[in-house]
Design a protein around this ligand. Sequence first.
Ligand code: SIN
Length: 308
Amino acid sequence: MNLSTTIAGVTFPTCLMNAAGACCVTQEELEALGESHAGAIVTKSMTPQPREGNPGPRYVSFPGGSINSMGLPNLGYPAYAKLIPELRRFKKPVVASVAGLSPQDFIEAAKAIELAKPDLVEVNLSCPNIPGKPQIGYDMEASRQLLLELQDIFTIPMGVKLPPYFDPIHHEAMARVLEKVKVSFLSLINSVGNGLVVDPESETVVIKPKGGFGGMGGTIIKPVALANVRAFWKLFQGQMPIIGTGGVVTGTDVFEHLLCGASAVQIGTTLVDEGLTAFDRIEKELSEVLNKKGYASVEACRGKLKEL
Ligand code: SIN
């Protein structure tokens, strides 16, 4: 079964990769992704300074999903800029995720990462977990201004990781922004921000930062992720490569993302819970699903969702 995929001219050996944030902060974690069955190595979203992130507990999984408020713990872009050329020895695409607490942060990281030459760059406009810093992707004008500045820095294909949108008017407004900038792919979606999980036993929240509010991931967000993949697939008439993220636990979940229009998927909660062997299992399951359905490749079923 051909599970390879191509995004912005870059070929991935399989369409499965980690989501930025899942098992990808340290050199050891990134090398382990290189040695695993992952189709790419995606770095943690990087900021100029190394960050410890938010105080714990800051990640809790439960049946059906997870809540996190990590707060962008990362090594800082100078460390990733040094690591990226070394990661290329694994002969799979390296995707650098760039974030920041201000537009200047993004620009500074972008300049260094452009020189490190990852295969793709994913600009994270959607971290919900920095106290006092709203998700840029919900501010269309701020997103537009930032992306215009970044497009002049990158020669590497630049993608954007967006927050979930919940109304067509917001999908359309963001699509209008993206039409005016040189964006080569979309990663949809980041966690569903500012959910709240309650432990009725202890009568407490389950994570410490932001009074217990955090980004939701896993199966519970799959319908929101699929809807965003589908909405942007349609708005760009299938011409914008999309990486679907949200609720990928099984090969069937990947198939659903592909049907909605994704070219690849990223895996977060499942990787954190199950470890990197999840790639082997999901790859096998996806091959079985595609085989059973009579599709010879990822490309063959991409966007083929039928409406009633
Ligand atoms: C975090 O580090 O808080 C998660 C990153 C993200 O949601 O973009």
